[in-house]
Design a protein around this ligand. Structure first.
Ligand code: PGA
Length: 261
């Protein structure tokens, strides 16, 4: 069985105290059984909160990630975040290439590739985001865009399967819009990505790679999205800030995994 990963992308939300409290509440509810231990849970707070959230979660199964890391170890890169130091603080994950980074901060497939290599070298487990815009989907370019993002983004990067790189399929038109991909649309894109990874690497490695869906995932739509055979969890934005929503999504993922047994 593939691993299931539910990650909360808090973006630039919560103040540090609110972030620590939310983390503590999630950790408290993760001890309840119900197959929850079968789900890998990660929270990605703003970089300013990493110390507090890592400290709050010490001893819990909930892991911590950054939202971005730089491609160099250190140096004259004002405002950037060193992967080594994220690791030093005790965070073990990072998001890379989120569409908001691509849209607002000039992230390209090449910078994604650099950041990804550095994240891996620093011992962080990356969640690499890919996905098409609405115009690209309507122009019939969805697969072409995803293929380019993966070919360039993962260039010269080894895929290691279980415990390695996570891919998040996040159609840009579904992020923060309340308009999620249908289970059929998600499954189609995920199976395309798995097939592509199989061709670029090896089918066994593709089979073991976690592919999350992201884009307006909620407690309401997670029960339909999580059972899709190639959907291995979710990257959750808005709903990850609401304790009951986030926990319901984790429960939906655990239930889908149990049912697939
Ligand atoms: P959303 O964000 O769940 O608020 O749509 C998802 C993401 O940006 O990762």
């Amino acid at each position: 069985m593939r691993e299931i990963v539910i990650a909360g992308n808090w973006k630039m939300n919560t103040n540090p105290w609110e972030g620590a409290m939310l983390a503590r509440e999630i950790a408290g509810l993760m001890t309840g059984g119900n197959g929850l231990s079968q789900v890998t849970v990660v929270v990605c707070p703003p970089a300013t909160h990493l110390v507090m959230v890592v400290t709050t979660l010490s001893g819990s199964s909930v892991m911590v990630g950054a939202q971005n890391v730089h491609w160099d170890e250190k140096g004259a890169f004002t405002g950037e975040i060193s992967a080594d130091w994220v690791h030093f603080l005790g965070a073990r994950w990072t998001i890379i290439g989120h569409s908001e980074r691509r849209r607002w901060f000039g992230e390209t497939d090449a910078t994604v590739n650099g950041r990804l290599k550095r994240a891996i070298a620093s011992g962080l487990r990356p969640i690499v985001c890919v996905g098409e815009t609405l115009e690209e989907r309507e122009a019939g370019k969805t697969f072409e865009v995803i293929e380019r993002q993966i070919r360039v983004g993962l260039k010269e990067v080894a895929l290691t399967g279980r415990g390695g790189i996570v891919i998040a399929y996040e159609p840009v038109w579904a992020i923060g819009t309340g308009r999620n991909a249908t289970p059929a649309q998600a499954q189609e894109a995920h199976s395309f990505i798995r097939d592509l990874l199989g061709r670029l690497y090896h089918p066994d490695l593709a089979e073991a790679t976690v592919i999350q869906y992201g884009g307006s995932v909620t407690a309401e739509n997670a029960p339909a999205l999580m059972p899709c055979p190639d959907v291995d969890g979710a990257l959750v934005g808005g709903a990850s800030l609401k304790l009951d929503q986030f926990m319901a999504i984790i429960h939906a993922a655990a239930a889908a995994k149990a049912a697939a047994r």
